[in-house]
Design a protein around this ligand. Structure first.
Ligand code: FAD
Length: 309
């Protein structure tokens, strides 16, 4: 379980003491505040704080005094215009602060997004818990033969059992040694000094969980979600991004719908690709050889213009 009974009680207490405010409030987001959305086997995402709503984006774009919107349809049109034309700063006026618990190897991918503010749990100061990410059986996949950064078929039977056993045993052995190094008592009961926490942690594997507070503005959050809620992203970070997508959809529903339309569901076409589309519309049989595109570009272009059904 990702949260202890004490932590759950703390969250319930936080939610039980609402405070009046003159600030913009997103009803959808209020329902998420402080709740922990469980991810993977021990992880979670929870909203600690946020600033702004759909109206704040509109208000910033118009540099207006009002709290937003007289006509929702006008605001929706403006937000879609801003998204379509890459006007990013109005989206930067909204912010979100998350508390995330995640395996260290996921954190290494996540921290590459430099446009956030981060505070991580200190393993120099505190002792880490014995919590390791062990994939669910349906995620225990073989190396893909077509994609060096991807997964192939799910392992089954004895092979799956062997891998799971190794993951669990290695994690527990590393943690046993971590505890033994920290301990001020030797195995025979005699006293020892114990190794510093900042050194003892170095034998812990990358599937141990860490935690951080992560604050980011909506523009950069959309960029993060575009890359990490995408099928090309590794499953273990994608599941976090998917949860955050749901939270953002409740927080700023108009902006999120525009993001889904233009960024998640949309595609960027090069001038060569646009030229091909125009030639195809005129009835020409365009091929990769006559398109002027490389094989990779052509494959991606066909993936965009072909109806998957
Ligand atoms: C599927 C996938 C596979 C990946 N594989 C690898 C890999 O094999 N190896 C690897 O090292 N990384 C890999 N990455 C990480 C990737 O290269 C980026 O580092 C990461 O996605 C962060 O993107 P970003 O820099 O755009 O984001 P952010 O750091 O959030 O930055 C957002 C934007 O701000 C601007 N910006 C931020 N900082 C600067 C700066 N200092 N100078 C100029 N502009 C700045 C840029 O426009 C940037 O796009 C992978 C990412 C994905 C999604």
């Amino acid at each position: 379980m990702p949260l202890s009974p004490d932590q759950l009680a703390e969250i319930a207490a936080q939610r039980a003491t609402p405070k009046p405010t003159l600030r913009a409030v997103s009803e959808g987001m209020e329902a998420h505040l402080y709740h922990a959305h469980e991810v993977l086997d021990h992880g979670f995402v929870r909203v600690i704080d946020y600033m702004g709503d759909d109206a704040a984006i509109v208000q910033a774009a118009r540099v207006s005094y009002g709290a937003g919107t007289k006509h929702v349809s006008n605001d929706e049109g403006l937000i879609r215009y801003l998204m379509r034309h890459w006007h990013s700063t109005p989206f930067e006026m909204c912010e979100i602060k998350l508390h995330v618990k995640l395996p260290v190897f996921v954190a290494r991918q996540w921290i590459r997004h430099r446009t956030a503010n981060v505070n991580e749990y200190s393993a120099r100061y505190s002792i880490l818990d014995r919590e390791f990410y062990i994939p669910a059986p349906d995620q225990l996949a073989a190396q893909s033969v077509v994609n060096n950064q991807g997964r192939g078929a799910v392992l089954e039977g004895a092979e799956a059992a062997r891998v799971l056993e190794m993951l669990k045993r290695d994690s527990n052995t590393a943690y046993d040694h971590y505890e033994a190094m920290l301990s001020e008592t030797q195995a025979d009961g005699s006293p020892q000094q114990g190794l510093a926490r900042e050194l003892a942690r170095m034998n812990l594997p990358a599937n141990i969980y860490t935690q951080w507070y992560w604050k980011v503005d909506l523009h950069n959050l959309f960029h993060f979600l575009r890359l990490r809620a995408d099928p090309h992203a590794q499953y273990e970070i994608r599941v976090y991004a998917d949860v955050i997508c749901k939270v953002v959809a409740d927080w700023v529903p108009i902006a999120f719908a525009a993001f889904e339309d233009y960024r998640m569901g949309g595609a960027t076409l090069s001038s060569k690709a646009i030229d091909c589309v125009r030639r195809m519309l005129k009835g020409e049989q365009v091929t990769q050889e006559t398109s002027g595109m490389s094989k990779g570009e052509w494959r991606e272009f066909i993936g965009v213009v072909n109806d998957p059904a």
